[in-house]
Design a protein. Sequence first.
Length: 184
Amino acid sequence: MDSSRIIREHLTFRVLLQAMSHPGRVYPLPDFPQDWPIAVGFLGSVMDNEVGFAVIGDLELEKSIGLYTGSRRVAPEDADYLVIGNGHGSEKLTQVKRGSLEYPDTGATILYLVEEVREGNGDIVLSGPGVDGTASLQIKGLPIGEVHRLRQVNSEFPLGVDAVFLDKHKRIACIPRSSRIGVN
């Protein structure tokens, strides 16, 4: 692995930590090489051969993620990372791993590939740890039914999933399982 990839993945992971610590805020990602989709580069910073993943809506992306990260493809309900392509709602969200009381951290991380994420004046209102009062998110390309499913899956904290939203402008926003989700 070349040193520029290691540095880029380290910087990406730091951005992810910031976004998880401050739900509802939008953060830019570092630049990735043009030969891989942005989702592949992003997932390279968090996935390795120890985790399983599934992709809904894009078989080519699934192949690329497997090649780049060395992770194994599994059924969506067994995935540590579930990637949901732009415009694809996932009824499977209610079947994903939500962790256990002993190990809530074994819940899945969901990566939504969306058109655009923006702070403020959105349909999604967040509160809870890392949010001063409330935070609002606009997510273009995410069906509102998916937000309702996400709220349902995370209704029994500490069980639930962490959600990452990656847009076409190389920006992310996160909704960790500890966030309370409201919909306007």
